[in-house]
Design a protein around this ligand. Structure first.
Ligand SMILES: [Zn+2]
Length: 126
């Protein structure tokens, strides 16, 4: 069964109509079309927009794993950010991802930047 759904990333104002094939479990993303464009993505494909969103999520995940003082256990047995300790994120002029660490780990900016530089491009830790 094929189903379409609208996905709005939290990283920009675009809307993407994604097509999923539900004959597999989990469902497979088989297509996407940008149906609303923000001014940052006037000519980008849905893959570019999706990757930007996934990168932000992966970067936040790395920061969570690096710094136990930010962690709180979830009921599912994983970890998540403690309330009030989620790093703030935004994008710079060249669409670089800017992450502002919570004050409790403000002294870990350089260490965090080093770890992320080894895995990602265009990520700036403040
Ligand atoms: Zn966009």
């Amino acid at each position: 069964m094929i189903k379409k759904q609208i996905w709005r990333p939290d990283t920009c104002g675009c809307a993407i109509e994604q097509t999923f094939d539900y004959s597999t479990d989990p469902a497979t993303l088989v297509g996407g079309e940008v149906v609303e464009r923000c001014k940052e993505h006037e000519s980008d494909t849905h893959e570019v927009i999706m990757l930007e969103n996934q990168t932000k999520n992966r970067v936040l995940g790395e920061i969570l794993n690096l710094h136990t003082e930010l962690q709180e256990a979830t009921e599912e047995g994983g970890v998540t950010f403690k309330k009030g300790l989620i790093p703030e994120w935004s994008y710079g002029k060249n669409r670089e991802l800017i992450i502002k660490l919570p004050a409790v780990i403000a002294d870990k900016v350089d260490d965090t930047q080093d770890v992320l530089d080894a895995k990602f491009e265009n990520v700036s830790i403040e």
